[in-house]
Design a protein around this ligand. Structure first.
Ligand code: HPA
Length: 294
């Protein structure tokens, strides 16, 4: 079926390829070298991109067709630069489904990074801890995810991938290796060398924006999740569709609802992620250096 033949009702799915081509053409001249690595920096973790060398900062709102974030803790810039000589491109803040954008819109930036030629993607987020062994401030490598967002960014016409966007990605992409084992090994090695304790577990994605109820959290634990959050899953599905290896890192910002007596607030989430900033910075820089040399 041609895109134009698609039922009108699916046309919250915008003609992503035309817009994407325009956005790629806008961004490319700002890249001195093709970016090798993409980063999506979640709640309270965006400051990492401030340390890029030779950086160029483009506010999301200046970029054609780019959705922009309305959430505090998500400054909303695309930062192009380098880390230890590795050309990087980072989303300082991300767009969430709960802001009212479609799944296709919130994953538009991943398609953009893919078309700009990134060879791997690091996604980070703040999450609630479900595993009783975890503590706020822990960093967790995402081993796998559970999609409880009730939707999927690949619903609708199968978008093109690759530089010319005319080659469709697989209609039914495999997700069994969406979180790259080699990148997780690198992350564990780097963390070990730096003496940074690191957890590993399953991330469960929900829409939010309300935090979960204690009963929902008991259900998530029964399902086998170690952390819960409101992002990442759609981005990783699109990266898998484009064949981009992903490393996911969650900062456990709080223990999930009902696991502690205190209430969960966004300002506490931001406070905890801020407190992890230094170890997060050291870990990411070590990973980028190693990934860049592979
Ligand atoms: N639940 C969902 N998303 C989150 C949480 C949480 O407890 N903490 C940070 N993001």
């Amino acid at each position: 079926m041609d895109r134009d033949d698609y039922p009108r009702s699916t046309f919250h799915l915008r003609p992503v390829n035309t817009e994407l081509t325009e956005t790629v053409n806008y961004i490319r001249p700002h890249c001195r070298r093709p970016p090798a690595l993409g980063l999506i920096l979640g709640s309270g973790l965006g400051a990492y991109a401030d340390s890029f060398s030779d950086s160029k900062v483009l506010p999301f709102s200046d970029i054609p067709h780019f959705p922009y974030s309305t959430v505090s803790g998500h400054p909303g810039n695309l930062v192009i630069g380098s880390v230890e000589g590795v050309p990087c491109i980072a989303l300082q803040g991300r767009i969430h489904f709960y802001e009212g954008y479609s799944m296709q819109e919130i994953t538009f930036p991943v398609r953009l990074l893919g078309c700009l030629g990134i060879r791997s993607l690091i996604v980070t987020n703040a999450a609630g801890g479900l595993n009783p062994d975890f503590r706020p401030g822990d960093l967790m490598l995402i081993a796998d995810h559970i999609n409880l967002m009730g939707s999927n960014p690949l619903i609708g016409p199968n978008p093109g991938i690759g530089p010319d966007l005319d080659e469709p990605g697989p209609r039914f992409p495999d997700m069994s290796t969406a979180y790259d084992a080699g990148m997780q090994d690198i992350a564990r090695d780097v963390a070990g060398r730096l003496g940074i304790p690191i957890r590993r577990g399953v991330y469960l994605g929900v829409t939010g924006p309300s935090y979960e109820t204690p009963a929902e959290i008991r259900m998530c634990r029964t399902l086998g999740a170690d952390a819960v959050g409101m992002s990442t899953v759609p981005e990783v599905i699109v990266a898998a569709h484009m064949g981009i290896p992903v490393l996911g890192i969650s900062c456990i910002a709080n223990m999930a609802a009902g696991m502690e007596s205190r209430k969960i607030t966004h300002s506490d989430v931001l406070k905890t992620t801020k407190e992890t900033e230094e170890k997060f910075r050291l870990l990411l820089t070590g990973i980028i250096k190693t990934v860049g040399s592979c």
